[in-house]
Design a protein. Structure first.
Length: 319
C-alpha cells in the first residue's frame, strides 16, 4: 500500500511533459467527439426536412417547385448557420479574412479557390454564410443516383453536368455542344433566384506528391484546370455577374476534418478577390483555340499570384 507521504508527493509534484501531452490529447479528443456529435445531430435534423421537400418538389408544377427551392435553400442555410455556431462555440479555427466586404445575397457569383482539405468547404461556408447566395457545386450526372444524397442535391438545384470526351464526339459529331446546351437548360432556374457556383479549379486536393507528379510550376498549388470553369461560364452566359477568387492558407499545417473539429487548426487565412466577368472570359473554350489559349493564360496568371500569396503567409509563419 502507498504511504500517505507518497500519495501526497504524487499529488503535488509538477506534471511532466508527457503528462501535459496526454492531457492535451485528451482535451482535443473530447472536443472533437463533442463537435462531431453536434455536427451529425445538426445534419440529421436538417436532412429530414430537405428530403421531405425534395419528394414534394417532384410534383411537376413550376411555381410550386420554385417555392420549394426557396425553402430548401433556407434549410441548407440553417444547417450551415448551426454548423458555424458549433465551430464558434468550440473555438474551431480563427479566421483572418480579407475582402469579404461589399458582397450581396442578391448577386450571381462564380467562386473559385485552391483546394487542400475537406475543411476548405467548411471554411468557405463559414466565410460566405449570409453574405452571398448558398454555394452550389457542379456534379457529374452519375452522382444523381447516390442514395438519398442524389435527390437532396437535385432538390437543392446542384447542376448535374455531362461531359463528352473528344473521342466520343469524333464518333458522334452531332452531339458536339450538347453538353453545354444541356447544362444551360439545367441552370435556367437560376434566372429566378441568385446563386453562387463553386469550383475547385485544381480538381483535387493539393499534396506535394501530386505537385511533383504534375510537374506543377507552383510551390503550394497544383495546375489549374481551365476547362471546368470555362465550361461553366460558357453554359451560364450572362447569368453570372462577378467572380470571387479565394485563397485559403493553413499556416500551421493543413488539417484533416478530425484535426479541425479537435481544435488543432488554430489560424486560417482567407483572401477574397472580386473580379469582373467580362466578355474576355466567355467564349467557346473547346472549339476556339485562340480563346482557349487566352483563358488558360489568364487562369495561370491568377494561380501565380495565389502561389505568391501563399508563400508570403507561410514564410511569415516560419520566420
Amino acid at each position: 500500500m502507498w504511504s500517505g507521504a507518497k500519495a501526497l508527493d504524487i499529488m503535488v509534484r509538477a506534471p511532466t511533459n508527457t503528462d501535459i501531452l496526454m492531457i492535451t490529447l485528451l482535451l482535443h479528443s473530447l472536443r472533437g467527439s463533442g463537435g462531431l456529435l453536434l455536427i451529425l445531430t445538426n445534419t440529421l435534423f436538417w436532412f429530414l426536412p430537405i428530403l421531405a421537400l425534395a419528394l414534394v418538389k417532384l410534383l411537376p408544377v413550376g411555381r410550386w417547385r420554385r417555392g420549394c427551392s426557396r425553402w430548401l435553400d433556407g434549410c441548407a442555410s440553417g444547417w450551415i448557420g448551426v454548423n458555424n455556431r458549433i465551430q464558434r462555440l468550440l473555438h474551431l479555427g480563427q479566421l483572418n479574412v480579407v475582402g469579404v466586404d461589399n458582397l450581396s445575397k442578391k448577386e450571381w457569383y462564380m467562386v473559385i479557390a485552391n483546394h487542400q482539405s475537406w475543411v476548405d468547404i467548411l471554411v468557405l461556408q463559414r466565410v460566405f454564410h449570409r453574405r452571398i447566395p448558398f454555394l452550389k457545386f457542379f456534379l457529374k450526372k452519375e452522382l444523381i443516383w447516390v442514395p438519398f444524397l442524389g435527390i437532396a442535391w437535385w432538390a437543392l438545384d446542384f447542376p448535374f453536368m455531362r461531359r463528352y470526351s473528344a473521342r466520343f464526339l469524333q464518333r458522334h459529331p452531332h452531339l458536339r455542344g450538347r453538353d453545354i446546351e444541356t447544362t444551360r437548360r439545367a441552370c435556367a432556374k437560376y434566372r429566378h433566384m441568385p446563386v453562387s457556383i463553386m469550383n475547385f479549379v485544381e480538381g483535387t486536393r493539393f499534396s506535394h506528391d501530386k505537385r511533383q507528379q504534375q510537374g506543377a510550376p507552383f510551390r503550394h498549388l497544383l495546375k489549374p484546370r481551365a476547362g471546368g470553369i470555362a465550361f461553366t461560364l460558357g453554359a451560364m452566359g450572362d447569368q453570372l455577374h462577378q467572380l470571387l477568387d479565394v485563397t485559403i492558407c493553413y499556416p500551421r499545417g493543413v488539417p484533416t476534418f478530425w484535426d479541425f473539429i479537435c481544435g488543432k487548426a488554430r489560424e486560417i487565412h482567407v483572401k477574397i478577390e472580386k473580379l469582373p466577368l467580362n466578355d474576355q472570359l466567355k467564349g467557346d473554350y473547346f472549339n476556339n483555340a485562340l480563346f482557349q489559349q487566352g483563358f488558360q493564360q489568364w487562369l495561370n496568371d491568377r494561380w501565380q499570384a495565389k502561389d505568391r500569396q501563399l508563400d508570403e503567409w507561410l514564410t511569415r509563419e516560419t520566420s
